[in-house]
Design a binder for this molecule. Structure first.
Ligand SMILES: Cc1cc2nc3c(=O)[nH]c(=O)nc-3n(C[C@H](O)[C@H](O)[C@H](O)COP(=O)(O)OP(=O)(O)OC[C@H]3O[C@@H](n4cnc5c(N)ncnc54)[C@H](O)[C@@H]3O)c2cc1C
Length: 231
């Protein structure tokens, strides 16, 4: 019987694997993707996860090459843009890092700690009894463990099979995302139309890093006052 199985090698599953290893457990991560995802999703981390990376001595390594790492100049609180100018002690720290890179670094760290990350392993079934949990896993067959943690994203099979409800609501609105490279001069020429690096008002948000740019078009930014301009 295995100790702990973590389903999903996204940022949450990988970070948890690192933390459990440091606590003396022997987690195995099961991930259905054969390769890490290169999809541009999150562009950065903010808040206590940055403090945790620092606490674990990882912040310098994770910040390498980041276009911004430090105290936040501002942050959206819900839809309200807040500026922290003039405050002496800004507790909120940000680290701009694109999700594929974050996942690569977390996987690297997890392997250093001895975590067994098994790719191409999709969890297809789950049942539990007094002693533990039984999983049906593609490529592995039946696997038993004392504990299973569902880090398998928004449509979590683990959550569903464990009978954990999702009583909240979800936004059915579609989001179009594009990933492209552009000269920063492009944005200077578009500023008159309200488009600039960082975040814009209107229906489009643009996030920039030295190597790539992500543009999202979503009604979520239609308030006319988007999140504050990025650093
Ligand atoms: C377009 C977009 C933009 C975003 N921008 C931001 C942002 O700017 N900032 C921010 O903080 N967040 C952002 N997010 C959200 C962020 O990407 C998620 O919060 C984050 O990925 C959640 O991590 P996770 O590890 O919980 O889940 P996921 O990243 O979804 O990882 C779950 C993993 O589980 C695996 N899996 C699923 N089912 C199974 C199964 N049955 N068996 C085995 N493996 C399985 C999946 O393949 C996946 O690798 C964005 C998301 C999207 C879609």
């Amino acid at each position: 019987m295995e100790d702990v199985l973590i389903v999903g090698a996204g940022p949450v599953g990988l970070m948890l694997a690192c933390e459990l290893s440091l606590a003396g457990a022997r987690p195995i991560v099961l991930e259905k993707r054969t390769e890490p995802s290169e999809l541009p999703r999150a562009n950065g981390l903010g808040g206590q996860i940055v403090d945790l990376l620092d606490h674990r001595g990882l912040l310098e390594r994770f910040s390498a090459g980041s276009p911004f790492a430090g105290r936040a100049p501002g942050f959206p609180f819900g839809g309200v843009p807040m500026r922290f100018d003039g405050l002496d002690d800004i507790a909120l720290r940000l680290l701009l890092i694109q999700q594929p890179r974050l996942e690569r670094l977390l996987a690297e760290r997890a392997r250093e700690l001895g975590v067994d990350i098994r790719r191409g392993c999709e969890v297809l079934s789950l049942s539990q009894d007094e002693e533990g949990v039984t999983l049906g896993v593609s490529g592995e067959g039946i696997v038993r463990a004392r504990y299973v943690v569902g880090c398998d994203g928004p449509r979590s099979l683990v959550r569903e099979r464990a009978g954990i409800a999702f009583p909240g609501t979800t936004d059915e609105e579609g989001l179009m995302i594009g990933h492209f490279k552009a000269d920063m001069k492009v944005f200077e020429s578009l500023e008159g139309d309200g488009l600039e690096p960082g975040w814009t008002a209107g229906r489009t948000a643009v996030c920039c890093s030295p190597r790539s740019t992500t543009a999202c078009s979503s009604p979520a930014y239609a308030s006319g006052a988007g999140p504050p301009t990025g650093p």
